[in-house]
Design a protein around this ligand. Sequence first.
Ligand SMILES: [Zn+2]
Length: 350
Amino acid sequence: MANGMHLPVRKWVIDAGLGILRASGLSQAGARFAGGAGVVLMFHHVRPFDGAGFAPNRGLEIEPSFLDELIGLLRRKGLDIVSMDEARRRLEQGGRRFAVLTFDDGYRDNLTNALPILERHEAPFTLYVASGFADRISQLWWVDMELAIRQLDGFTMLRRQFLCRTAEEKSQSFIDLYWTLRDLREEDLRSAVRELAALAGIDSLQVVADLCMDWDEIGRMAAHALCTIGVHTITHPMLAKHPADLVRLEMSTSRRVIEEHIGKPAVHFAYPVGDRTSAGPRDFAIAEELGFSTAVTTRKGMLFPDHAKAMHALPRLSVNGEWQDLDKMDALLSGVPFLIWNRGRRVVTD
Ligand SMILES: [Zn+2]
């Protein structure tokens, strides 16, 4: 999962970037400077949208048809779709412009809905697995929050009252509670969501079993010629909030568990949540020290040759379910909105 709920701020910046592109026709010229060597695209769920009025995690899902169209767009733009291994090689040695397709968390719909599309396009992809989801020992707390708030008409938490009678109230309560919890220690966030889930009668481990692949399904993915299995920790913590020994344990144990299950090395890593508050320079250093070949964040940006020196702090382009629009994706792939977002810096590692 990535923090799709940062949306209001990012949307403003990206809309500004898109406006500049449209107004000045910079798209072509800008692409040469801003578009870089390639891009890592980030996906979560790939499934038909059920049309619910209250869908606070909407950013984390796209329709299968949009994945299909987007791969078509990448190919029309002349981007090679490559594995993470090949992306690393091209950053170090050069080569044609490329895109990497990455899927976080290990959702079952990646197997049932995305894989047939990826096969049809012969598109390599990387799947970042959180071993605790496959083992059914860790919760998808942002999904539990959604399911609980959908059930409840209101609740009191952290001495605040949250109203949830209408879709609007539910959306507002979700955003308010989400950002309140994100500022807390992770243990307090998790315990608050457990309390909320219990109040609504949500069985958190059943939610994980319903949504995430088990080891048998992950094994089928791992055996597929197009698939690279990457590592996404055990419990999906915001690593930067935790002591270094826990960060090492989460990274190295999940890697060992995944490698034992799939019977081959898993050398690519993705930081859970992955924004500035969840993965920082200390965590980049630990991923490198543990021998991961690459590590991706959810910081926004394109890849440039200088990223060969920042292989454990790679940015991504989140394919956000709120904007399943090829024109917007086309403009984002120019890289110009990200240069605005990153204030002109192409490589950001602090
Ligand atoms: Zn994740």
